[in-house]
Design a protein around this ligand. Structure first.
Ligand SMILES: Nc1ncnc2c1ncn2[C@@H]1O[C@H](COP(=O)(O)OP(=O)(O)OP(=O)(O)O)[C@@H](O)[C@H]1O
Ligand SMILES: [Mg+2]
Length: 394
């Protein structure tokens, strides 16, 4: 089984590319389900069919669904939310309406949607699960969630469950702060178990491929690079970048001349920023991409004869390790023949690396901002470049 997650900044074409990939997978004979986890669904518009919260068949081998966030949230988080709500209102500071908002952690609603992946995996009904994910920032937080949430919950639930069971009668008689019931504990435990399973699936490169959709435009690329840095940091296997809405060669109208230059320039930047992860492209079509025929055309443009369910890149394009001296080592593979001098130039959270005639561009994770890229070491045998970051001396 394979899980293909398409993500990227708002409006770049995630839904279209996800739907096109699903249409192709189904045509190849995989039993495929495409799941929209975005709060603002547009999968039905893209496929040009009506969709419900459960998978419905839209073509041979192809099922699609637009998940129902409120229902999912209630199922997975309802009991916990009730308790948190009671605690907040007990404090007297927060009214009911606000408490309802506060007891939903950021990203929680979309996370509940992603748990559909677990269900589909367990059902054994599908060979490929295609996920049309919410815009980048949200998805990212979501994907790193199991660990973050465990940390968060361990601080909210003050005492271990066993101890709590014994202490409850005592505590209740002294203070009237609402205590979590067995049901709440059960809920949290169930949710943790499911999130752990989801997390384990999403970081397994044989199972999951995360794909970034972007347009060759300055702001889109910067955000996509940032996203990719965090995917690497959190260990999510990104195996493909899809650059969408490229002006095709047959467009020669002078009106678009500047656009074409800009796109060509940014495509070079995409290569510098994402190598060795492969890049596929899709042209700007003459009309919006709606319906199965249009999606088939898009799939042909992106994948040619390739199978979207295959793994396009293995390994990590960046590995960050902390060192005992308080510094960090960032290792990047250099797929091209490498020799020559290495120069580093750093501005804010950006690092430009020149190796001989080649350039790489890296957006640094937050941990490295304020540190200095002090030196780099090229290991020709493994074709890796190690960059050492040290605390900035003032
Ligand atoms: N290559 C393309 N050529 C022409 N139209 C396109 C192309 N890619 C996407 N579109 C159109 O652009 C619009 C937005 O695309 P889409 O919904 O796939 O983006 P999205 O990234 O999912 O957006 P959102 O962030 O809102 O979910 C749609 O009308 C779609 O048909
Ligand atoms: Mg979309």
């Amino acid at each position: 089984m394979r899980i293909l997650v398409y993500t990227g900044k708002g409006g770049v074409g995630k839904t279209s590319v996800a739907a096109a990939s699903a249409v192709r997978c189904a045509a190849l004979g995989y039993r495929t389900v495409v799941v929209s986890t975005d709060l603002a669904h547009s999968l039905a518009d893209s496929l040009d069919v009506a969709l419900g919260p459960d998978p419905s068949q839209v073509a041979p081998n192809l099922w699609a669904q637009e998940t129902d966030i409120y229902n999912n949230l209630q199922t997975h988080w309802g009991d916990v939310q009730h308790w948190l709500n009671a605690v907040l209102r007990w404090s007297g500071e927060v009214d009911r309406l606000v408490a309802d908002e506060l007891t939903v952690l950021p990203g929680m609603d979309e996370l509940a949607n992603l748990l559909w992946i677990n269900r589909h995996r367990e059902s054994g009904n599908y060979d490929v699960i295609v996920v049309d994910a919410a815009p980048t920032g949200e998805t990212l937080r979501l994907l790193s969630f199991p660990d973050v949430m465990r940390w968060w919950m361990q601080r909210i639930f003050p005492i271990q469950r066993r101890a709590m069971g014994l202490a409850r009668p005592l505590i209740s008689s002294f203070v009237d702060i609402p205590l979590p019931t067995e049901k709440v504990y059960d809920s949290v435990e169930r949710l943790f178990t499911q999130l752990d399973a989801l997390h384990a699936m999403l970081v397994d490169p044989r199972l999951t491929s995360i794909r970034l959709v972007l347009n060759p435009e300055k702001m889109v690329i910067s955000e996509a690079e940032r996203t990719s840095t965090y995917f690497h940091l959190f260990g999510y296997p990104m195996d493909l970048v899809i650059a969408n809405r490229i002006l095709p060669d047959e467009v020669t109208d002078p009106y678009f001349a500047a656009w074409k230059d800009t796109q060509a320039r940014y495509m070079r930047r995409v290569e510098e920023g994402f190598a060795p992860v492969p890049i596929k492209t899709s042209p700007l079509f003459e009309d919006e991409v709606v319906g199965l025929d249009a999606l088939r055309r898009m799939a042909a443009a992106v994948y040619g004869d390739d199978d979207p369910a295959r793994v396009f890149f293995e390994g990590r394009a960046q590995v960050l390790e902390s060192l005992p001296d308080g510094g960090y080592r960032l290792t990047i593979p250099l797929p091209f023949a490498t020799h020559g001098d290495v120069t580093l130039r750093q501005t804010g959270d950006e690092l430009f690396v020149h190796v001989g005639a080649h350039r790489r561009h890296i957006i640094l994770p937050r941990a490295l901002i304020g540190l200095t890229a002090a030196r780099a070491k090229l290991d020709e045998a493994s074709a890796n470049l190690a960059i050492f970051f040290e605390p900035t001396r003032s």
